[in-house]
Design a protein around this ligand. Structure first.
Ligand code: NAP
Length: 316
């Protein structure tokens, strides 16, 4: 049965559908977040320090909460720790909270398990003389996790989690973790179903969140014939099909949109038939897996079903 909330290993609930904010432009994202919460009924906003728009998202929160339409405790807010801040987790969370105008977030994620030089030639993407991104050599993402564990005690985040972690990276983390990540947020859609990772996370009690659930901006999934057929059958949009295919598998989806009608449309929970879910599985079998977000990290992240940068070293 379709549901609008899932449970995390902390006991808290997380709305099954959220609003993404990556690439939501200045001048658009405040309206999008305000519309999502006050009109579309969205109760989950996915942010990140690196998106450069937290302050504008924060203006929407301030408006919503000061108007008293929806209270802070009703909205699940996620934000993320960027690589150049791995050695400064307390300061990073403080900076995000200040941007967002909040006292706490519901979930703080390690954006990528890749510590970057905090004093390099760029605040977000430091590079070496050869132009490759500069990974911090004497720091492990496990050190970062240990520092993030302390943030939970501060009350400034209710839960911590990871993003872009494959099974080997999670295994490495879990060997020394005191807190099991509440969430692993990865690219996940019918062209990248991440079957083994979903099963692994389920076994470990880690809730999966799907980023780029529509196949990201300009992706082919919104025009896919199988998806269209299921949409026609139920009289719903292709976006609804893609999002609810994930929800049907217990996966949180965070579609991004700055278009009011799409924000409303994407927020709808729709029960798909088992045969629809099966038909959508067939898409990657027929077309092969495709990853749409693959930044040029000089690091192998060991995702087995759509590897990229596999000639680089791992950080394990
Ligand atoms: N953890 C990470 O490393 C990571 C990486 C990537 C993304 N994310 C998160 O995941 C969120 C979603 O991923 P994403 O932004 O890559 O891609 P996405 O949500 O799969 O797709 C967004 C694109 O689809 C369009 N769109 C939205 N709803 C639609 C609909 N119903 N019909 C047709 N087009 C629609 C949007 O356009 P309009 O906005 O113009 O409507 C936008 O161009 C991000 O915003 C971010 O919060 C996290």
């Amino acid at each position: 049965m379709a549901t609008s909330n899932f449970t995390l290993n902390t006991g808290a609930t997380i709305p099954a559908i959220g609003l993404g904010t990556w690439q939501s432009a200045a001048g658009e994202v405040e309206t999008a977040v305000y519309h999502a919460i006050t009109v579309a009924g969205v109760r989950h906003i996915d942010c990140a320090f690196a998106y450069g728009n937290e302050a504008e998202v924060g203006r929407a929160f301030t408006r919503v909460f000061s108007e008293g339409k929806v209270s802070r405790s009703e909205v699940f807010v996620t934000t993320k720790l960027w690589g150049t801040w791995h050695t400064r987790t307390t300061e990073a969370l403080e900076a995000s909270l200040k941007n967002l105008g909040l006292d706490y977030v519901d979930l703080y994620l390690m954006h990528w398990p890749i510590p970057l030089n905090p004093s390099g030639n760029h605040p977000f993407f430091p590079t070496k003389p050869d132009g490759t991104r500069e990974v911090l050599e004497d720091w492990s993402f496990v050190d970062t996790w240990k520092a993030m564990e302390k943030l939970v005690d501060s009350g400034k985040t209710k839960a911590i989690g990871v993003s872009n972690c494959s099974i080997p990276y999670l295994e490495h983390l879990l060997k020394s973790a005191t807190i099991v990540p509440a969430v692993n947020q990865v690219e996940l859609h019918p062209l990248l179903p991440q079957e083994k990772l979903v099963a692994y996370c389920k076994e470990k009690g880690i809730r999966m969140t799907a980023y780029s659930p529509l196949g990201s901006t300009g992706g082919p999934l919104l025009k896919d014939e199988t998806v269209k057929k299921v949409a026609e059958k139920h009289g719903i949009s292709v976006g609804n099909v893609l999002i609810n295919w994930l929800v049907a598998r217990g996966i949180v989806a965070i579609p991004k949109s700055v278009t009011p009608s799409r924000i409303e449309e994407n927020a709808k929970i729709v029960a798909l038939d088992e045969e629809d879910v099966e038909a959508i599985w067939g898409i990657h079998n027929a077309q092969g897996v495709k990853r749409f977000v693959s930044p040029p990290w000089p690091v192998s992240l060991l995702f087995d079903d759509a590897p990229w940068a596999e000639n680089f070293k791992t950080l394990l």
